[in-house]
Design a protein around this ligand. Sequence first.
Ligand code: KIV
Length: 310
Amino acid sequence: MSSGGRSHTVPAADRVAMSLPRLYEMKEKGEPIVMVTAYDYPSATVAEAAGVDLVLVGDSAANVVLGYSGTELVSMEEMIVLGKAVRRGLRTPLMIGDMPMGSYESSNELAIQNAQRLVKETGCQVVKIEAGGVSVERARAIVRAGIPVMGHIGLTPQTATALGGYKAQGKTAKDAIQLCEDALALQAVGCFAIVFEAVPAEITEAIVAKLEIPSIGIGAGASTSGQVLVFHDLLGITTGHMAKFVKRYAEIHEEMVAAVGRYGDEVRARSFPAPEHGYSVKPEELAEFRQYLDQESLTSAKAWEWEPLS
Ligand code: KIV
């Protein structure tokens, strides 16, 4: 299947920037869409070099970067700092700014104001909001204000407590109907794509068959137009409990601990730094400096012409 000139095998300079028309084309042609999260300059440069299509500055930063216990704790200000750093490292993927809890639910005005802040202050091109219900109305308002919106249904971590915890959604016919209605409503108000999180594969497949817009899955089976994973989860930087849908493509945490451990060992053994890690000085300059140090009259007070403190 064509990668649309964006895979990591295509030299970065030849890569075409991702756009919404290109995203729709990918969905139409059945070309899988690759999405990953990023939260800072290094993770953005990795996403860029790997040729992913969409980069989400996710509020999962709360857990994986900022060490909070849940995504509901991250603020707009924190998301803006992270988003700005991501922008500096990205050139071609479409950048999505995640709207944190409390930044859009209470009114259309607040939602538009904060979506505009994310776009203007971080340079993201589109925003994402979670859930159906009142979020459908907020999505409509933001889209009407000219900012494309990605929806997010199923397990929506910002409202996980109300959903009964971090668990799969849409497991009963009643809940699956609700998910389907939310997806159709988000599409109807103009969302350009929808994330399905932790939804049984059969339910996702049946709903995405009804959608014209691209769908992105995370723990939702293989039928969606694309997949997303959290950067720190897929690289094995996150430690502790992992959601069932996470596949770890590396074990970077262990590698980092081992590397910092080796560094510590070498500092303690005085085997680091080696001569090649330092700078040279011309022998005549060193000799002149040593002559200066050898003066009998040199004391710290005299050298700096300071009066010693009494
Ligand atoms: O914040 C996030 O990382 C997300 C993805 C899991 C879609 O919302």
